[in-house]
Every structure is written in C-alpha cells, then in structure tokens.
Design a protein around this ligand. Structure first.
Ligand SMILES: *Cc1c(COP(=O)(O)O)cnc(C)c1O
Length: 415
C-alpha cells in the first residue's frame, strides 16, 4: 500500500467548509478541533474565519488573564520586540530581572526560575526537590526523591509531570512512568501520612484541582498538610499554574489558607496568553549548581516583558477586589441557574468556577453553546457532568450577564 501523502488522498469524506478554505491536514491530530479557525480576539470576544463572534469563557484555558489582545500586552510586545528578543539565557536582561524581582516581592519566595510552560515549571520543581533530597538524605545516607502527589491531580504532559499527575489512565499510557510519585487522596491527611517513608522529600499539591473539575483542597487540609510536612522535614510544593496570578481573587490561591509554600509554580495566567511560566522557591532552596537546570528560552526578554505588564496590571490597587466582585456576581448567577433547573450547585474560587450539572450533558452543552448564533459561546466541560468557567479576570458584569442568558437558553433546551 502506498502511503497517502497528498492532501487530496488524505480527504476522503465530504470536506467541511473549513477544510475547503484551510489546509489543516498537515497538523498532527492531537485533539478533536471544531471546524472553526479563529482569526482575531478582543477582550472577551473571539472572531472566526466567517466573522462570527464568540463570547469566550475559556480564555485559552484560564490563560488570557486580561482577555484577548489587551493593550498593555500589545504595547509590551511591540516595545520589547524592537529592543531585544533573546540575548541567551546565559546573560542577564532587564525584563527578566524586573519580573523576578516583582514576583519575589509579591510571593515572599526569594528565588525565581523562568520556564516556558507549566509542565516545565513543574519539572523544575521536581528536579529542585530531588536535588535538595540528595543534599538532605535519609538516616541511612540515601538520597530522598519521592514526591507525594494526589489522585486526579494534573501537573503537565512531560513524562515526569504525567507521572506526578493522578489522572486515571496516565500511569500506563506511555509506560514506564518516571517513578517516585505515590498518590494520596485530596483532603485526606491520613492518606498522605501513610505514604511518607524514609525516601520522601516533598508533597506536591494543586490548591484547586482544575482539570479534574475545579475540586478545591480545603483550607483546613492545606494548613494540616503544611504542619505535617514541616514536622516531617518535607517540602511543600504548590502547583499554582491554574490557580495563581489572580485567578482565584488573591495573587496566589494558597494564601487564602494562610499557609506558606516552599516551592510554587506559575504558568497560564502569568503570561496572559504568551508562553511564560515560573518556579519560585525559598532562598534556602536555591540549590541548583550551574548546569543543573536551564533552557534556551528561559527568561527571554520578550516573554518576560509581557509577563511584567500582565503581573503589574494584576497587582495594581483595586484589580483583585474587582476579580472578587466579578466572582461573587458569577457565582450568584450560576447558583440561580442551578436552582431554576434543579442542578447541583456551583463551586470554585474567584473566576475559576464550575456549575455542577448532575448529569453527563457537559460536552453536549459545550457544542450547542459554540453553535449558537448570531453569537457563539465558548465553555469547557472539564468533566462530563459539569461546566468550567475561566473568563478573563477583567470580564465585565455585562459579559457575565450575556453568558448567563445564553446558558439559560441552552439549559432550557437540554434539561
Ligand atoms: C495547565 C496546567 C499545567 C500544565 O501547564 P502547561 O503550560 O500546559 O504545560 C500544570 N499544572 C496545572 C495545575 C495546570 O492547570
């Protein structure tokens, strides 16, 4: 059999409109994409190849903290692109220094390492903890390397971060796993305690499990976990890739439980839509030697300049109070819908929320919402029985109302 390499041979069934206008066949299929090509975005709105607009409550998966193409990001990109793109991570650049200084001041964690994705920031946290575990071995002098993580957690798609994740099925999909990531149950301190052994070096936690359906670690659990890890000489790593940078109404979500982390990872919202992530740690944990960790694009001025503009906007007076107000408004609106349609309520923090449908109609609603006209609505069903909402942090009341009205109409049809 000859391999079908030409575009015509690859298309056997009737082509959809998008396939007629765009040669999508060269893209390695990794997900099922709808027949839409987005061409521009502005604030809470995305526009497709036909000019149809969509109210966006996904925002790049909780990434576009300031909405699409915010002027402060556009200006930062334009200005920095005319100055310096990448001198090499082996040299200092101004945006890198300024953003590290800002993040360190905002978080109280003294040291910052920049990465390009949440997974890479988490890899870095894992490597740092293992390095620290080599320097602080067990009683028999063996390096400590085990990091306790949680069932149903999500930490990224590299081999180590997939192994750290507790997503069902991920233990076998690209076997063998990277070992050393025993899984405890969220909000069950005894299950963590039972896994602590002589080789344990850290516990790694998402303060809210986003991908698994916006499932929060309780404040009590986080406090107890902090006390336990401290008592047993373990590091506490918080993965704030989804919950950090203002998403839940405070700069970092674990602050709401009043706990201090040893290591924190940031991604998604920190870049407002550009590839930027960071790992932060306490000064005493800065144990990498030259050559242990790095990367070609780490701390490049272009992305750091954008991150600086985004984080300055989020940290400006009044911004987080606005997020909290929008959060209460969205939460109340979702609760009202829940009552109207006999659903199972809503949960979450800040502008990371889920509506619990009580039945597996999430994917159906997502599709119907997208196909609404004249305006479509972009929603996400993190699980089949719920909808997840991740609007921009500067979403207006009017936009929240528009979303609720569209969702009202959809629920009336599908319940
Ligand atoms: C999205 C996410 C990651 C992975 O980030 P990428 O930038 O996709 O690599 C890691 N942890 C959490 C909690 C996330 O939500």
């Amino acid at each position: 059999m000859p391999l079908a390499l030409s575009s015509t041979a690859a298309t056997t069934s009737a082509p959809s409109p998008v396939f007629e206008r765009f040669a999508t066949h060269a893209l390695l299929p990794i997900t099922t994409r709808p027949d839409i090509v987005f061409t521009r975005g502005s604030g809470s709105w995305l526009y497709d190849h036909d000019g149809k607009r969509y109210l966006d409550f996904i925002q790049g998966w909780a990434v576009n903290s300031l909405g699409h193409c915010h002027p402060v990001m556009r200006d930062a990109l334009a200005a920095q692109s005319g100055l310096l793109l990448n001198p090499s991570p082996a040299f200092y650049n101004e945006p890198m220094i300024a953003l590290a200084d800002l993040l360190s001041g905002l978080s109280g964690l003294g040291k910052v390492f920049f990465a390009n994705s949440g997974a890479e920031a988490n890899e870095s946290a894992i490597k740092l903890a293992r390095k620290w575990g080599q320097m602080h071995p067990d009683a028999a002098g063996r390096a400590r390397h085990e990091i306790i993580t949680f069932a149903n957690s999500f930490h990224g798609r590299t081999l180590a971060t997939m192994s750290a994740s507790g997503k069902p099925g991920w233990d076998t999909i690209f076997a063998p796993q990277v070992d050393g990531f025993p899984k405890a149950a969220l909000n069950d301190l005894a299950s963590v305690e039972a896994l602590i052994g002589p080789r344990t070096v850290a516990v790694m936690l998402e303060p809210i499990q986003g991908e698994t359906g916006v499932v929060p670690a309780t404040a009590d659990f986080m406090k107890q976990l902090r006390a336990l890890t401290e008592a047993r000489g373990l590091l506490l790593i918080v993965d704030e890739v989804q919950t950090g940078c203002g998403r839940t109404g405070t700069l970092f979500h674990h602050q709401q439980a009043g706990v201090r982390a040893d290591i924190m990872t940031l991604g998604k919202g920190i870049g407002g839509g550009v590839p930027l992530a960071a790992m932060l740690c306490r000064d005493e944990l800065a144990v990498f030697q030259p050559g242990d960790q790095g990367g070609t694009y780490n701390g490049n001025p272009l992305m750091c300049a954008v991150g600086l503009a985004v984080m300055r906007t989020i940290a400006a007076p009044g911004f987080l109070a606005f997020v909290q107000a929008q959060s209460e408004y969205l939460s109340a609106g979702l609760l009202k819908l829940s009552a109207t349609y006999g659903l199972e309520g809503e949960r979450g923090a800040g502008l990371l929320r889920a509506l619990l449908l009580g039945r597996d109609i999430g994917p159906q609603l997502v599709e119907a919402a997208r196909e609404l006209s004249p305006d479509g609505l972009l929603l996400n069903a993190a699980r089949p029985n719920l909808l997840r909402f991740m609007p921009s942090l500067n979403v207006s009341r009017d936009e929240i109302d528009q979303m609720l009205t569209l969702l009202h109409g959809l629920l009336a049809k599908h319940i």
